[in-house]
Design a protein. Structure first.
Length: 121
C-alpha cells in the first residue's frame, strides 16, 4: 500500500472515530480516547511543532496512527462498520475542528504554565 493510500485511510478512520464518538453505544473510555485523538489529528496546532527537527514530524507519524489504532480496538466492531459506511458520504463539520483547535491551545497553555511555574520555583 502506498503512503498516500495509508494517509487517506487514516483520515477516513478519524472520521469513523468522530461518528463513533457521537454514538451512544460507544463505551465512555473509548470516547475519552477518541476525543483526544480527534482533537489532536484535526487541530492545526501540534503538541510538538513541526519546525522542531525530527520530533516535529515524529508525533504525526507515530502518535496519531497509534492512537487511532488503539481507539479502533476499543470501539465495538459493529459500531465501527456502521460508521465506516457513513464516513464515505459525510465529513466532520468545521465546528468540531474549531473545538479540536481550542483543546490543543488549552493544552499548550497548560504546558507553558507548568514550565514557567517549574522554572520560578
Amino acid at each position: 500500500m502506498k503512503w498516500s493510500e495509508k494517509v487517506k485511510q487514516l483520515k477516513t478512520e478519524v472520521i469513523v472515530l468522530y461518528f463513533a464518538f457521537k454514538d451512544r453505544r460507544t463505551p465512555w473510555y473509548a470516547k475519552a480516547l477518541i476525543a483526544v485523538i480527534i482533537a489532536y489529528a484535526l487541530s492545526p496546532v501540534d503538541l510538538i511543532p513541526d519546525f522542531i527537527p525530527v520530533l516535529g514530524y515524529l508525533d504525526d507519524l507515530i502518535l496519531v496512527p497509534a492512537g487511532i489504532y488503539l481507539a479502533i480496538k476499543l470501539v465495538p466492531k459493529e459500531i465501527l462498520e456502521e460508521h465506516r459506511q457513513k464516513a464515505g458520504t459525510r465529513s466532520i463539520d468545521s465546528r468540531a475542528k474549531w473545538i479540536a483547535s481550542a483543546v490543543i491551545v488549552v493544552i499548550w497553555l497548560l504546558v507553558l504554565y507548568l514550565i514557567i511555574k517549574a522554572i520560578w520555583l
